[in-house]
Every structure is written in structure tokens, then in C-alpha cells.
Design a protein around this ligand. Sequence first.
Ligand code: HEC
Length: 200
Amino acid sequence: MPYSNREGDGLRSRSSKKLALVALASAGIWLAGCPGTQTEEAAVPPPDPVERGRYLVTVSACNDCHTPAKMGPHGLEPDTTRMLSGHPEDLVLEAPAASDGPWIWHGAATKTAFAGPWGISYATNLTPDEETGFGIWTEEMFIEAIRTGAHMGRGRPIMPPMPWKSYGKMTDEDLRAIFAYLQSIPPIKNDVPEGLSADE
Ligand code: HEC
């Protein structure tokens, strides 16, 4: 048999080996996609609710209103020493003059107090402080408040700009995770003033 042919045979058998390997690999990929064969994935533990809550609070911008802002080198930035503690109790603000537009709502420099056609609202202390914060809240109260827009789940209407209608679309699991995270952060004593509704 001429040498060149033998080499040709060799090449052919090498490439059919390659083909067989590719076929095996694709069968493996196909099998991995079949239900019941994903043993590794099923063994992954569910995410820690506190960690999930931290993530949801970050991406849902709760800090943008509930953490007082201060001036930094690049403008307003959250004061991390007062994380989620709401409108600072020592910052007493006069009600701004009423306006009929087009600029009809106002926000304080801390981004924690707002005035508009609804009245005046101060971002709540969401830290687990027992007297001034979330310490006495139950998970049920929290979920009910966010779902219905009623203060503590049963009181007066929650005023703008708290976006409870959007957050109310979250799953129970997500809201429970947010509550678990809020209960896990350091408590900060800060007695936020009561909001004032426009009809008062
Ligand atoms: C755009 C500003 C803004 C953002 C963003 C925001 N809040 Fe608020 N939130 C407020 C204000 C203002 C109040 C006070 C409303 C009032 O007194 O009626 C409030 C009140 C609350 C209350 C108290 C409700 C009650 O029953 O009195 C809870 C709970 C709350 N916010 C949770 C959150 C959480 C959790 C997030 C993020 C997922 C968030 N907020 C994001 C502005 C905001």
C-alpha cells in the first residue's frame, strides 16, 4: 500500500475519532439539560434572605430617600453613618410656600423630606431601633404597608414620593427578604417628625 494512502487512512480515522468525541460531548450536554439529571444544580442552597434583601434594597433605591444625603466632592452622596435612618430629627424645616406650578413639589437637601400637593412627608427610620425605627414592626405589618399603602398596614395613607405601588408588586418572598435585611442592619436612634397631610 503506497505510503500516501496509509497516511490518508490515518487522517480519516483520526477525524472519525474526533467526530465520535463531538457526538459524545453533545450527548452529555443534552443529558445535562434533561430534568432529573441536574443533581449539582438542585444541591445549590436557596439564597440567604438577608443577602437577597440587601441586594433588593440596593437596586430598589431605598437609600435614595431613607438615607440622609450630604455634600461630598461629587455632589450629594448618602451619609453611610446614618444608613436608612430616615429624615434627621434635628433638621427642622419650615413648610415651603405653596406653589401652583410648574414647580409644585420640593425636596430637602438631605433628600429625606418632601413637600407637595399631598402635604409634607419625611422618610421613615427603617433601622430596627425599638423606639424610633422598625424595631416593633412585624413582617406582616411591613408587607401589608407596602401592598396597601396604609401606614403600618392599617393606618393613614402613605404619602408620596414613597413608591409603595411599585414595590407592592414584589413577591412575598422578596418583601420578606427586604424585611429580614432591614431587621439585620445596625439600629439608629432617630425620631423622624410626623408627616403633615394637606388636609390637616
Ligand atoms: C422616592 C423616595 C422614596 C424611596 C425611593 C423609598 N421610600 Fe420609603 N418612604 C418615603 C417617604 C417620604 C416615606 C414617608 C411617607 C409618609 O410618611 O406617609 C416613606 C415611608 C416608608 C415606610 C413606612 C410606611 C408606613 O407604614 O408608614 C416604609 C416601610 C418604607 N418607606 C420602606 C421603603 C423601602 C423598603 C424602600 C425601598 C424598597 C423605600 N421605602 C424607598 C420615601 C421613599
